[in-house]
Design a protein around this ligand. Structure first.
Ligand SMILES: C[S@@+](CC[C@H](N)C(=O)[O-])C[C@H]1O[C@@H](n2cnc3c(N)ncnc32)[C@H](O)[C@@H]1O
Length: 420
């Protein structure tokens, strides 16, 4: 059952809140634009002030103060009840002043999550747009050498914001955790789950793995691949090989449990290349009872047509490009990598690897456990795709999770093709 959240002001602005922060939160909550502007002009970083106990930021406060939208209003008119226009002005002012779109509060909600829960679509849209702007900016900055602020050696606020954007780059809500170490001083809000450690690619590739029929787990028991994802793999194959086309040239990045490769193999490809980096997965794939062992490699229409390329795609793909390999269908599903890796793959490598009328898809776990992150990444992928000349379409799928005793999940399956 969904947790009942108390949105009242006395609950959200705690008695322990320092006066300076309290003033910002009160003005945001009261939608007092002029008063808020004065504070924002007078004090740096006021837009990101945060109640140390509840994690309330001025964005949360401005949105929460609207209360739930009137669900009886016809579609499109639900925004005009109460004080939404005033809230929009406040939210805009806060974003102009550098408010952070993905700070979580003690309910593990970002301001956008609050807007969504309250049915405040226009405010939710503003949070998504702010997220997209932040992520695009972050992606741009990623390409530049980090410049030292040369200041007094203390961490300045700009750097903190960069870190948060860096965090948001994580492929899931991992990205929404603040800096737990910085929060240890007690004066700052510690986000829920702040102690969870994101998996890094280097650590993962060195870790021990365990296979069973249902899953592949890393040493920390993170699910690398789960059998419940089979339906997503099946739908991805249908999207990549419409009409069950046979004789195609296929590249799959990330073998895992070999689920998608088993499905690709049924379509009798003319070339089937797999890239896999983890030694334990490679060992598993080469076992005598594996469908992708030496016998499979020998069964291809010509030497080298069916092959598992051992190594990280970051290394292997350049070799494939030099050898002139081109594919009709490419699938990408790795583990322990973040959006910047996926972006590098589809913006820098897909243009050379994919046939002009070919199709590319990837496992879309980007922010999947938080609706706003999913929506932000959907737009960011479309924009980065367009820069690389790719059109991105999405197929919405309901994933059945009943085998795990969980509610079904919505999955957005990407299908990328070259424009024009
Ligand atoms: C989620 S699993 C893939 C599951 C697969 N789609 C299936 O149907 O079973 C991710 C795989 O990517 C591999 N991997 C992770 N990083 C990689 C990298 N940089 N290059 C190649 N493979 C990588 C992992 O070892 C793992 O086998």
């Amino acid at each position: 059952m969904a947790k009942v959240i108390d949105d009242s002001m006395p609950t959200r602005i705690s008695p322990d809140c320092p006066d300076e922060t309290r003033q910002v939160l009160y003005h945001a909550w009261g939608h007092d634009l002029e008063g808020l502007k004065k504070i924002l002009n007078a004090r740096a970083n006021a837009s990101s002030a945060q109640d140390p106990k509840t994690g309330e930021t001025p964005l949360h406060a401005a949105i929460r103060a609207c209360g739930p939208a009137d669900q009886t209003e016809p579609e499109g008119e639900d925004e005009e009840d109460g004080c939404v226009q005033e809230a929009r002005d406040i939210v805009q002012e806060l974003f102009f002043n550098g408010a952070i779109w993905n700070d979580v509060d003690s309910n593990n909600e970002t301001p956008g999550c609050v807007a969504d829960r309250l049915g405040r679509k226009a405010l939710y849209g503003m949070c998504v747009d702010a997220g997209v702007r932040a992520e695009l900016l972050f992606a741009l900055m990623d390409g530049y050498e980090e410049l030292s602020s040369g200041s007094d050696g203390g961490e300045d606020e700009d750097n903190k914001e960069d870190e948060k954007m860096a965090d948001a780059e994580g492929s899931t809500a991992e990205g929404l955790k603040g800096d737990a170490a910085a929060a240890q001083d007690g004066a700052k809000f510690v986000p829920p789950e702040a102690d969870e450690k994101p998996v890094t690619s280097d650590e993962y590739l060195k870790s021990d793995l365990t296979y069973d029929n249902e899953k592949l787990l890393d040493a920390d028991l993170n699910g690398v691949m789960m059998a419940w994802e089979t339906d997503i793999m099946k739908r991805s194959v249908s999207a990549l090989l419409p009409g069950g086309a046979t004789g195609k040239r296929i590249l799959n990045v990330g073998f895992g449990m070999g689920i998608i490769d088993g499905m690709f193999a049924e379509n009798k490809p003319s070339r089937h290349h797999i890239i896999e980096a983890h030694p334990a997965v490679l060992e598993h794939a080469s076992k005598p009872d594996s469908k992708f062992g030496p016998e499979w490699e020998k069964s291809g229409p010509e030497e080298g047509a069916y092959k598992i390329h051992a190594g990280r795609w970051q290394d292997v793909v350049h070799r494939l490009l030099e050898e002139g390999e081109v594919y009709d269908a490419i699938y990408f599903d790795t583990f322990g990598e973040d959006y910047s890796q996926l972006r590098e793959f589809f913006t820098e490598l897909i243009p050379g690897l994919l046939e002009q009328d070919g199709r590319f898809s990837f496992f879309n776990g980007l922010g999947a456990d938080r609706k706003i992150c999913y929506d932000v990444y959907t737009k960011v992928v479309e924009m980065h795709g367009a820069e690389a000349g790719l059109d991105v379409e999405w197929e919405e799928i309901d994933v059945d999770m009943s085998a795990l005793g969980e509610e079904g999940k919505e999955y957005r399956l990407p299908i990328c093709t070259f424009m024009g």
